[in-house]
Ligand binder design. Structure first.
Ligand code: CA
Length: 233
């Protein structure tokens, strides 16, 4: 199975959806669709896209409200959002960014520009200082391509699991407490229960162990978690 970055297209204009799907798929993205605001939130929660292309004018819930709700939920808090706005909605654009959109594009837009912006946002969410490709044992993480492989096979991770692995893989063997992971992955100004860390470690584990022979994540009782640097030996 090839891992492709997943883009959720939340848009109600059929012709534009078709055009976006065609071009995004040609660029190697997997495309999910939502035709209204409610559906956008549902799909984002369930499918954990890597990026959301969000139309400003959506039925049921406006793009701005969708953006707000995605930002307020644990599962979708960190997903990059690019707003699609109509020309001239100057105030709306600014509000869009205030609400937590990462970028906006004015309709009508050129597909070349949209794809470039999308690539830029994808690049921005990866840690910029470290190497693009990191390997520990049989796990390989390519930040630039937002791709994880184990034993040569693609592993599909949600945004939180990706960050979690990214952090663990930079410090193999080191034990991190749930609180440390909370601060690093979610930020210290956000209230998240420690149990949430367990849930995401569980998901990461499940994704990695669907392929590999040994569980690379060590649970240290009452201390936390570590990526075992000896698991591939
Ligand atoms: Ca629309």
């Amino acid at each position: 199975m090839m891992l492709k970055p997943t883009v959720l297209v939340a848009e109600d204009e059929g012709a534009l959806i078709t055009l976006l799907r065609y071009n995004l798929e040609r660029e190697g993205y997997r495309v999910l669709e939502a035709l209204n605001g409610e559906e956008a939130i549902l799909v984002a929660n369930e499918q954990q896209p890597d990026l959301v292309l969000l139309d400003w004018m959506l039925p049921q819930l406006s793009g701005i409200e969708v953006c707000r709700r995605l930002r307020s939920r644990q599962e979708t808090r960190n997903v990059p959002i690019i707003m699609l706005t109509a020309r001239g909605e100057e105030t709306d654009r600014i509000r869009g960014l205030d609400t937590g959109a990462d970028d906006y594009i004015t309709k009508p837009f050129s597909m070349t520009e949209l794809l470039a912006r999308l690539r830029a946002v994808m690049r921005r969410i990866r840690p910029s200082l470290a190497e693009d490709v990191v390997r520990v044992g049989d796990i390989e993480m390519d930040r630039a391509a937002h791709r994880v492989r184990r034993a040569g096979q693609d592993v599909h991770l949600g945004p939180t699991e990706f960050k979690l692995l990214d952090h663990l893989i930079q410090h193999p063997g080191r034990v991190f407490s749930r609180e440390q992971l909370l601060d690093t992955i979610w930020g210290s100004d956000v209230y998240v229960e420690a149990r949430t860390v367990d849930v995401h470690v569980g998901r990461l584990r499940k994704a990695l162990n669907g392929i590999g022979e040994r569980d690379p994540i060590r649970t240290v009782r009452s201390a936390g978690y570590a990526l075992d640097d000896t698991f591939a030996a």
